[in-house]
Design a protein around this ligand. Structure first.
Ligand code: AMP
Length: 424
């Protein structure tokens, strides 16, 4: 039975159609080039992972690892989820395949789909795509800066301007607990005046009080103790080193004492790259930081690491807005148009032409006139027309669509001629 309604895509997902796909390809190619230029290698991890990895590696208290997590219907004994981010999977793979035994840090990048069951809106989807870059196995703050630099270089290479780098340090296991005590002591007497979410955060995750966006809590933020005034010696030195390296390289940044990550395993550097033209709450193109405690959280030895993730949907959106204009190439440069059912012959011409330029063949049963109209809409640079007589003589009429000129060309001459025209 046919369905009563035409079936559309699921809510919160989007199709990337060929015209836009050309822009994505530019973004992907630039990501690979920039990451490789810094010595990062591509890795691909599965989109499904054991629930335990994500629950512990992303945290059940976070949106991405908690209420937004897509859980698969259980088959057999494994509890599986769709990954909401890539870091936990990349770190798992680093240990599982012995990269921890190799040269450190392992410099890795990956690109792919992530899944979060969140409320869809412009710039926020349930399936979205990230570039994810990780340097695993070394604690030097220089790697923090390297990650920031890769993110900025990538976005810059795509023509994005108006980027704002925000930076903070959230300390580590040594200094953060004492800071959190101070923060709680500051907010406790204000509890009744806080938004209900923040009343809860005060008990469960006080650090998150700092990135609360509720107006009702805003007046209290300025008076809150700052973590950067409460760093231990090592964290303060690392933060100073990050800033000094950014300064030396001429990267501008804004210190944002309210930029935090809600999970214990995050340490020291956190950063975010925002775009002034990206509207509303979804103005972040990417973010990252150091997560020295993650490896232990998922059952491996203590291992320092830093990385970032940036969203393709938002980056591509900004490219369209202010990057250079992308004119997508036509589907094919040559269209072979047989006059009549000359399938074998047209296929052979296609095979020959395709050795040098992208070539499509019109196998339809339309009239020649209708095929030429279709060719006009498709927009190839040339059409190669052949009728039965021409097929017999192994020639085509090669017509340049824009110029209108037409000449007879032997099938075997076609590849070299097309190549010469294209490069000449
Ligand atoms: P996060 O992993 O939450 O730190 O996000 C890093 C980047 O991924 C963000 O700055 C966005 O560019 C992108 N991103 C995160 N969530 C979504 C989403 N639901 N839809 C589209 N892009 C997203």
């Amino acid at each position: 039975m046919p369905p009563s309604q035409p079936i559309k895509a699921a809510r919160g997902v989007r199709d990337v159609m060929p015209t836009e796909r050309a822009v994505w390809e530019i973004a992907e190619t630039a990501a690979r080039e920039v990451a490789r230029a810094y010595g990062y290698q591509e890795i691909q991890t599965p989109q499904i992972e054991l629930a335990a990895l994500i629950e512990r590696g992303v945290g059940q208290d976070t949106d991405a690892g908690g209420k937004e997590l897509y859980r698969l219907v259980k088959r057999g004994s494994e509890e599986l989820v769709l990954r909401p981010e890539a870091t936990a999977g990349v770190v798992r793979a680093y240990f599982q395949h012995g990269l921890n035994q190799g040269p450190q840090p392992a410099r890795l990048f990956t690109m792919g789909a992530m899944f979060r069951y969140n409320a869809p809106q412009l710039g926020r989807y349930r399936q979205f795509h990230q570039l994810d870059v990780e340097a695993i196995g070394d604690a030097s703050p220089a790697y923090d800066v390297e990650c920031i630099e890769i993110a900025l270089r990538w976005m810059g290479a795509l023509g994005l301007r108006g980027l704002r780098l925000e930076l903070n340090s959230i300390g580590d296991r040594k200094c953060r607990p004492a800071y959190i005590d101070k923060l709680v002591a500051y907010y406790r007497p204000l509890k009744d005046k806080l938004h209900p979410d923040c009343q809860r955060r005060l008990e469960t995750n006080p650090l998150r009080l700092l990135d609360c966006k509720e107006e009702q809590c805003a007046p209290f933020k300025a008076g809150a103790p700052r973590i950067t005034d409460n760093l231990c010696e090592e964290c303060a030195a690392a933060f100073a080193a990050v800033k000094a390296m950014l300064d030396a390289a001429g990267f501008e940044y804004v210190l944002n004492p309210y930029l935090v990550r809600g999970l214990d395993y995050y340490t020291r550097t956190v950063f975010e790259i925002l775009h002034e033209a990206l509207g509303g709450a979804q103005n972040s193109l990417g973010g990252g930081g150091r997560y020295d405690g993650l490896a232990a959280e998922i059952g491996y030895g203590d291992t320092p690491a830093v990385g970032f993730a940036a969203g393709f949907e938002r980056v591509v959106m900004m490219m369209a807005e202010e990057g250079e204009e992308v004119i997508p190439p036509p589907a094919a440069l040559v269209l072979v148009v047989p006059d009549g059912p000359l399938f074998k012959e047209a296929a052979e011409v296609g095979r020959l032409a395709r050795t040098t330029v992208p070539t499509a063949v019109d196998y339809s049963s339309r009239s020649l006139k209708a095929k030429m109209r279709a060719a006009n809409r498709l927009g190839p640079r040339w059409v190669a027309i052949l009728n039965a007589d021409e097929a017999e003589r192994r020639v085509v009429q090669l017509k340049e669509m824009a110029g209108g000129g037409q000449r007879e060309v032997g099938w075997d001459e076609l590849p070299a001629l097309l190549e010469a025209e294209l490069t000449g």
